[in-house]
Design a protein around this ligand. Structure first.
Ligand code: ME8
Length: 515
């Protein structure tokens, strides 16, 4: 079976911001981890191009929705590439195969008796592309009605619409959360979803007639599908649906994990499984909602206009530093904030001191005292065995954390080993052993490099570029870098290349320059 992992597909009504970058970095890290751990991974991301929001933004700019989508989809894809994302497909909901998939699932839901024609009247938020009940909205001082939960303006909508019998799925959904508590992650979010469902589900309006930028409803082309029906279905398109007999579908579906932000959990943990149950399809293993990233505690969004450009951040601090920082600093699932000072602190303390310096010091000593030849892991003492065991255990610990998207705990565990290795190195004082007991010095260096090798292999998903450089310096063959190679130390006697620092301390760029 394939490990099928997806991100949300972003609305390309503007350019990507740091919140999107955060989601891509995390999902890419998981995809890379599972791949290195020997799984066949399919990692999908993309853009959600239909709907009223796209149409209205395009009108404001005096271009067509398709032109807007083309321009910004390219920007989202470029960001993925810039971040080093290892996605297998960048899906666009305007892709031809996606239309066929949407129409197929619609037919299946119709055949199940779950779609009927009626008329809709109620409150709609274009910005959220979501329907709200009256009691989920409020009129504010400016006389405008807003969604209470998201603070976006809502407008009264009345039109003929197809409905999905969501109400029918209330019990089956509650049962899903009971029987498969792992379906919603992190754990703390499950109650929120379950109590929303328990409070009663109304049937859902799933088509629109007042604009045409969407997937046509099969058999009734006056209607386009509600953008969320179309958007969620992208996950099936990526698995080759409706060709359920294909190798692709049989190995990819159901998806293992949908990585999304907390604001769209309701769509993924309520509507999506209900659509799938209706269509008789298997449910994804898990929906994991991450928190929001704030700039020093202030929420960013395209509409608020305080977007922080992920390119600026990476150009100032370096790609791997940014990847490491966002995953280490913020418990994955909670909101978090970042600041330049916070990033510099982690860069200097965690990357330069605890990690880079340990690699650099031990490699330099091997160079200087042993002609750059890898020493043997021989005549081990209890202290040696202890630190080696800690490094050995890291694989299982990291895997357990990544399986439930606790990326911060995976990194914390890696740094526990690194700081133990630093303590070991200081306590052994290999620089003194050089004179008193050179054989013991060689062992201490061999042990330290073996710990660095193991930790570095396991950190590849987070910092692919820097870890590759360290592995080069450690003499690890290119084909020995999957987790299957964890148990194979670099053979004693291997000639190592000249070491060079990989994690420099942060230097403030001079005016007008980037680092
Ligand atoms: O919601 N911090 O698209 P989108 C962290 N098209 N994550 C953030 C964030 C922030 N400040 N802002 C947004 C949509 N996100 C739909 C998804 S999926 C079938 C359709 C996250 O461009 C957000 O939670 O508004 C979502 O997971 C992703 O970025 C895309 O948001």
């Amino acid at each position: 079976m394939t490990f099928y992992i997806t991100t949300a597909i972003a609305y390309p009504n503007g350019t990507p911001h740091i919140g999107h970058a955060y989601e891509y970095i995390a999902a890419d890290t998981m995809a890379r981890f599972h791949r290195l751990d020997g799984e066949d991974v399919y990692f999908m991301t993309g853009t959600d191009e239909h709907g009223l929001k796209m149409q209205q933004t395009a009108e404001k700019e005096g271009i067509t929705a398709r032109q807007l989508a083309d321009r910004n989809a390219a920007a989202f894809r470029a960001l993925q590439d810039f971040l080093g994302s290892s996605y297998d497909r960048f899906i666009r909901t305007t892709d031809e195969d996606h239309y066929a998939t949407c129409q197929a699932i619609w037919r299946r839901m119709e055949e199940a008796g779950d779609i009927y024609l009626d008329s809709y009247s109620g409150w709609y938020s274009v910005r959220d592309e979501a329907y709200y009940q009256e009691d989920e909205t409020e009129v504010r001082e400016d006389g405008v009605r807003y969604s209470v939960g998201t603070g976006t303006p809502v407008e009264w909508t009345e039109e003929e619409s197809y409905f999905f019998r969501l109400s029918k799925y209330q019990e089956p959904l509650l049962e899903l959360y009971r029987e498969h508590p792992e379906f919603v992650g992190p754990d703390s979010r499950r109650n929120e979803v379950a109590s929303f469902v328990a409070s009663g589900l109304k049937d859902l309006s799933i088509s629109r007639t007042t604009f045409d930028w969407g997937v046509p409803v099969p058999g009734d082309e006056r209607h386009v599908m509600y953008v969320w029906v179309d958007a969620l279905t992208n996950y099936l398109t990526g698995a080759g649906y409706p060709d359920v007999d294909s190798e692709e579908f049989r190995t990819r579906w159901p998806a293992n994990v949908h990585v999304i932000g907390k604001d769209i959990l309701r769509f993924h943990a309520v509507y999506w499984p209900a659509f799938l149950m209706s269509a008789g399809l298997e449910l994804p293993g898990r929906v994991h909602a991450h928190g929001f990233l704030f700039n020093r505690g202030e929420k960013m969004s395209k509409s608020v206009g305080n977007v922080v450009d992920p390119y600026d951040l990476v150009n100032s601090f370096g790609l791997d530093t940014v990847r490491y920082f966002v995953l280490r600093e913020i418990p994955y699932g909670q909101d978090g904030s970042y600041s330049a000072e916070g990033i510099v602190t982690r860069k200097n303390a965690d990357l330069a001191n605890e990690y880079g310096n340990l690699a650099q010091r031990s490699l330099s000593m091997v160079r200087k005292n042993l002609d750059g030849v890898m020493p043997a892991l021989a005549d081990l003492t209890a202290e040696d065995e202890e630190i080696l065991a800690a490094a050995r255990d890291l694989h299982a610990t990291a895997r357990a954390h990544v399986e439930v998207q606790s990326l911060h705990l995976y990194l914390e565990a890696a740094w526990k080993v690194l700081s133990a290795a630093n303590r070991y190195f200081s306590a052994q004082e290999p620089w003194k052993l050089k004179k008193t007991d050179p054989a013991r010095m060689a062992t201490v260096l061999a042990v330290t490099l073996e710990v660095v090798r193991r930790v570095t292999l396991l950190l590849q998903p987070v910092m692919p570029g820097s870890t590759a450089q360290i592995l080069d310096q450690l003499g690890v063959d290119a084909d020995a870098r999957t987790f299957a190679g964890l148990g194979t130390p670099v053979p004693a006697g291997t000639q190592l290349p000249a070491p060079a620092p990989v994690f420099p301390k942060h230097v403030e760029p001079a005016e007008g320059e980037t680092a």
